[in-house]
Write a protein that binds this ligand. Structure first.
Ligand code: GCO
Length: 255
């Protein structure tokens, strides 16, 4: 088998929401596979810290501060990034937030914030980036999904609704842009040990439940997701589009 299949040398990858957690791990993985990575986030300080860590590892990395939920910021950022590093070959739509509250108490503001970031943000960034991919007749887009594309749990209705939308948006993007040689797929993390989930990992009852409910018997680590991202960003997945690959320790397979 051609071992160039997974090689991302010469490719430019933008990973949104990548100053920490899953996004940062995906940026590391893509960089280690040869890509030049651009990470985005809302905090300049956190971005700078993340870039220092990536470059300390010898990876070609830079950052750009913008919010995926702001159409104006996205419209300004994507051309600026491509002017700086060249055309974006790989887009990883990772930026996402979580808000937890019983649905009957869930505020409209929190609902809109989650949907604007986790769903509309993917639409806004993908539309800007895809226009160039369409011109070049090539591109890879990876939408970070969730178990909540398939199932639900109490107190995270906005996130669940948004991720359900991400599942279908992934298919819509895939079938509409396939003719331009753009493959669009989802990467579905299980329960991963991240800052966003600190309230859960530090809750002994939830921690025990996850370890029992996950056939592999542990929380996922962000690094567990990098290989699938490289696969979906590489030539190895050129005939795959509209799919979601779940990296979940088996939780979705188990009753
Ligand atoms: C929660 C978690 C989940 C995970 C992830 C699972 O509150 O249940 O935040 O939503 O983060 O999405 O795939």
């Amino acid at each position: 088998m051609d071992n160039q299949l997974f090689d991302l040398t010469g490719k430019v990858a933008l990973v949104t929401g990548a100053a920490e957690g899953i996004g940062f791990a995906l940026a590391c993985g893509l960089g280690e596979a040869g890509a030049r990575v651009v990470i985005s986030g809302r905090s300049k300080e956190r971005l700078q810290h993340a870039i220092s860590k990536l470059t300390a590892e010898g990876l070609a990395a830079s950052g750009h501060r913008f919010s995926v939920a702001s159409a104006a910021e996205v419209r300004a950022a994507i051309p600026a990034i491509e002017k700086e590093v060249g055309p974006i070959d790989i887009l990883v739509n990772n930026a996402g937030i979580q808000r937890r509250s019983p649905l009957e108490q869930f505020s409209e503001a929190a609902w809109r914030e989650v949907l604007d970031t986790n769903l509309t943000g993917i639409f806004l960034v993908s539309q800007q980036v895809a226009r160039g991919m369409i011109e070049r007749k090539t591109g890879k887009i990876i939408n970070v999904c969730s178990l909540m594309c398939e199932v639900a749990r109490p107190t995270i209705a906005a996130y669940t609704a948004a991720k359900g939308g991400v599942k279908q948006l992934t298919k819509a993007m895939a079938i509409e842009w396939a003719k331009h040689n753009i493959q669009v797929n989802g990467l579905g993390p299980g329960y991963i040990r991240t800052e966003m989930n600190r309230a859960l990992t530090e809750d002994p009852q939830f921690d025990s439940w996850i370890k029992a409910r996950t056939p592999i018997g542990r929380w996922g680590e962000p690094a567990d997701l990098a290989g699938t991202a490289v696969f979906l960003a590489s030539a190895a997945s050129n005939f795959i589009t509209g799919q979601i690959i779940y990296v979940d320790g088996g939780i979705l397979a188990a009753l």
